[in-house]
Design a protein around this ligand. Structure first.
Ligand SMILES: Nc1ncnc2c1ncn2[C@@H]1O[C@H](COP(=O)(O)OP(=O)(O)OP(=O)(O)O)[C@@H](O)[C@H]1O
Ligand SMILES: [Mg+2]
Length: 466
């Protein structure tokens, strides 16, 4: 007998105590033994030809074909049971053509050995698993990013391509353009996907707490320090991604500490003698002009270049008008779900009006407008009357009506300013007054005006006040 008959091979595999899956270089399942399929309760024909991620929960087979690294004796939870998994790349002519993975139920003895050997890992794992399951999972993928305009599609493709490497990413764009969504999607299609995605809003953490939040502290570091110390966010995000939102708000003192972490890839918790190595990818986002901040000495130039390895600049909605209709409909489909509606339509007039609007709040604003509309909807079509006044531009319409009537009557036209313009004039004036009072100090001016620093910067930008 020259070759083992196929039936023999199949039976041998079944007799072995291990379940087997084989994927190709793209992570598509090309073989899976019957017992494995039975265990995950999926017919063979619904396993073969599918991406392994869609077939086996918590799998890492698609990672192996990328890293080419063997992984042995890994705990792999499937269907509520913990399996022991071994994963190997399949290399032909120096090229990774696929991977083979085996899983096995642990026996009491090897479980005990395992426990002794990697007790610490088990404890860490359950700690991470709870954390990850509860809050640290990134929620969105590229599929959730709506937008069909050429520019947006290219941007998505670019982001997807660079997701796989470990470089820092800077995401810029106006409020509501989807910066956080992009960050989520990048993490989700990276090899770090099964590790934490940890968003941190730099403007929400008080300056004096920043260091202890990010880097943690050791026991006895200061009077109120918790017993046993505290893990910093960088340590919690180990192997995953940290998303530093509103990076422009990071105080200068923390900027240098962050730079150190990026350069040295290690952190020193407050009061600790030792440095801890960390492996995190950094994605940052801002709606401020960082380069201008660098010029003004508000942001470290060296940090800027460290972060700006890959730059994703998301265009505002008004610059991709061709996306508005489709985005509106897709958002609507999402909202229908939430409001137990179906087949809601948008009238042509509404679409026209939506395409004319300036969308300072971008997709988030569009989502809010649609949610409001669907709430008011009795029939199945969103009409002009379901839009908020500022979008319907009733004031503008009224102004035109008045002008026409007055003209017809041969009277002098009284110019009515649009409400938005009146508010903008007033805001601009108030900001200029405050700034001249504080001799240009924006922080002080924001305090005087009773608004946040970010909001002041945004408005200065909007009204071109330097
Ligand atoms: N391209 C998109 N496709 C689908 N939904 C989107 C898109 N962009 C934004 N959204 C929606 O808008 C909301 C705001 O998105 P996100 O929080 O990512 O914006 P942002 O750019 O981080 O805004 P901000 O600067 O105000 O923090 C999200 O909840 C999401 O539902
Ligand atoms: Mg955001």
């Amino acid at each position: 007998m020259k070759q083992l008959p196929k039936e023999w091979i199949e039976q041998i595999i079944t007799l072995l105590n291990e379940r087997i899956v084989v994927v190709d270089a793209k992570g598509i399942v090309v073989y899976m033994d019957q017992a494995y399929c039975d265990f995950i309760e999926r017919p063979v024909n619904q396993c073969i030809g599918y991406h392994v991620k869609d077939v086996i929960e918590n799998t890492r087979m698609h990672v192996i074909v990328k890293t080419g690294k063997i992984e042995l004796e890994d705990f792999h939870p499937i269907n509520g049971s913990v399996m022991i998994a071994n994963r190997f790349p399949i290399v032909v002519d120096d090229e990774i053509v696929g991977a083979v993975g085996t899983v096995m139920f642990p026996t009491p003895e090897n479980l005990r050995d395992f426990k002794n050997k990697i007790q610490q890992l088990v404890t860490d794992l359950s700690y991470y698993r709870d954390k990850v399951n509860n809050e640290l999972r990134s929620k969105y993928t590229f599929k959730d990013l709506i937008g069909n305009s050429q520019e947006f599609v290219h941007l998505k493709e670019f982001a997807e391509t660079v997701a796989g490497n470990d470089s820092s990413v800077l995401i810029t764009g106006e409020s509501g353009t989807g910066k956080e969504l992009f960050a989520n999607a990048i993490h989700n299609s990276s090899l770090r996907e099964q590790h934490p995605f940890l968003p941190i809003n730099c403007s929400a953490i008080p300056e004096e707490l920043f260091e202890s939040e990010l880097f943690g502290y050791s026991e006895g570091a200061f009077t109120d320090a918790k017993k046993g110390g505290k893990k910093g966010l960088f340590e919690i995000a180990h192997n995953g991604t940290i998303f530093l939102d509103e990076i422009g708000e990071l105080p200068l003192s923390m900027q240098s500490k962050l730079l150190r972490v990026l350069q040295e890839r290690e952190i020193q918790p407050i009061g600790a003698q030792k440095y801890i190595s960390i492996n995190v990818r950094i994605i940052v986002a801002t709606n401020r002009n960082l380069l201008k901040m660098v010029e003004n000495g508000e942001f470290r130039e060296d940090l800027y270049y460290r972060l700006n390895v890959i730059h994703i600049d998301i265009p505002p909605l008004r610059k991709r008008k061709e996306d508005i209709k489709q985005t509106a409909y897709q958002l609507l489909r999402k909202l229908e779900h939430k409001f137990y509606r179906s087949d809601v339509m948008i009238s042509k007039e509404v679409i026209k009006q939506l395409e004319m609007h300036h969308w300072p709040g971008n997709v988030r604003e569009l989502e809010n407008v649609l949610e409001r509309a669907i709430n008011m909807l009795k029939e199945n079509t969103i009409l002009l009357q379901h839009l908020p006044l500022y979008i319907r531009d009733i004031i503008l319409e009224e102004r035109m009506n008045i002008e026409q009537t007055e003209k017809n009557r041969g009277n002098e036209i009284v110019y009515l300013k649009k409400m938005k313009e009146v508010i903008a004039d007033a805001e601009k004036q108030a900001i200029q007054n405050a700034l001249s009072h504080t001799k240009g100090n924006k922080l002080e001016a924001a305090k005087l005006l009773g608004i946040g620093k970010t909001s002041l910067y945004d408005k200065c930008h909007q009204y071109s006040i330097n």
